[in-house]
Design a protein around this ligand. Structure first.
Ligand code: GUN
Length: 281
């Protein structure tokens, strides 16, 4: 029987644990706050930001909302970040991506204090992860580690294959699996004979951004398959990077889309906001 890894349920458990932690901080007079900055009117970003604010409300974290017009200059945005960096009542700063074309995304992300970088995108935090030091970890890969652990999947000693090498998912994912003592391979668009590589995986994490790309012949019998993709197919139904129908019967465990990895990202963002208090002590 294939275990369906229920990200919705696990993320709810995490949010309830965090809610208790936040209440304990509040009882000691400490309020936790997250500044959320959205520039422009991208509809998907508006939905994501709305969901982040809702999660804050549920957990008891104060969200400070900065919704700036499309024409906002890089200088204005950097000024706001500087103000928030220096405000001791702000624990976390999140700039929703993508930013309008006229703004240099890298410059903006690098301007966020590494001690308030709850997305874990700052090079200092990426570097800390790389050398095993404490810092903020990118939310989606951190959520995947939680999913695996809370589903009873052992990582140590396992063959882990990550398909995709983005800065937000693939690269930090590979570092986290390595930190958990997995044997890690990172495959990508230039990998020769991808099937031969993915078939080695005991744990296969797929983040390539191509709908239903990974079919049964890419997967070893009994593998654990984690699907990071999210797409809308021709009949407007959500699907992942993995062809769930053909792959699921072969696996020991698999994440569905929706309801697998997706809900974990926000839960880990909330976790990072609380972690920020400890880091800034
Ligand atoms: N846009 C899409 N995903 C993310 C994310 O995880 N963080 C931020 N800041 N922007 C995003």
């Amino acid at each position: 029987m294939t275990q369906i890894i229920d990200g919705k349920k696990i993320s709810q458990e995490i949010k309830d644990e965090l809610k208790e932690k936040v209440a304990a901080y509040k009882a000691n007079g400490k309020e936790i706050s997250l500044a959320v900055i959205l520039v422009g009117n991208d509809p998907a970003s508006q939905v994501y930001v709305g969901n982040k604010k809702k999660a804050c409300e549920y957990i008891g974290i104060k969200s400070l909302s900065y919704e700036l017009p499309e024409e906002t200059s890089e200088e204005e945005l950097l000024k706001l970040i500087d103000k928030l960096n220096n405000d001791p009542s702000v624990n976390g700063i999140l700039v929703q991506l993508p930013l309008p074309g006229a703004i240099d995304e890298e410059k903006v992300l690098n301007a966020i204090s590494p001690l308030k970088d709850v997305d874990g995108f700052h090079p200092m935090n990426v570097g800390a992860l790389c050398i095993g030091k404490e810092g903020f970890v990118s939310c989606t890969p951190a959520g995947i580690i939680e999913l695996l652990k809370r589903s009873g999947v052992e990582i140590a000693g396992k063959e882990c294959v990550v398909v995709g090498r983005s800065n937000i998912v693939g690269k930090p994912m590979s570092l986290l699996l390595l930190r958990e003592n997995g044997t890690v391979t990172v495959a990508h668009s230039k990998t020769r004979d991808l099937k031969e590589v993915t078939k080695r995986a005991d744990i296969l994490v797929v983040a390539i951004g191509k709908p239903k790309f990974i079919t049964a012949e890419y997967v070893k019998d009994g593998a654990v398959v984690i699907d990071v993709g999210i797409h809308r197919n021709e009949d407007k139904k959500l699907c992942g990077d993995v062809d769930y129908e053909s792959v699921a019967p072969k696996c020991s465990a698999i994440t569905p889309v929706p309801g697998g990895v997706g809900p974990m990202t926000i839960a880990m963002l909330m976790n990072n906001c609380i972690h920020s208090v400890e880091l800034n002590k």
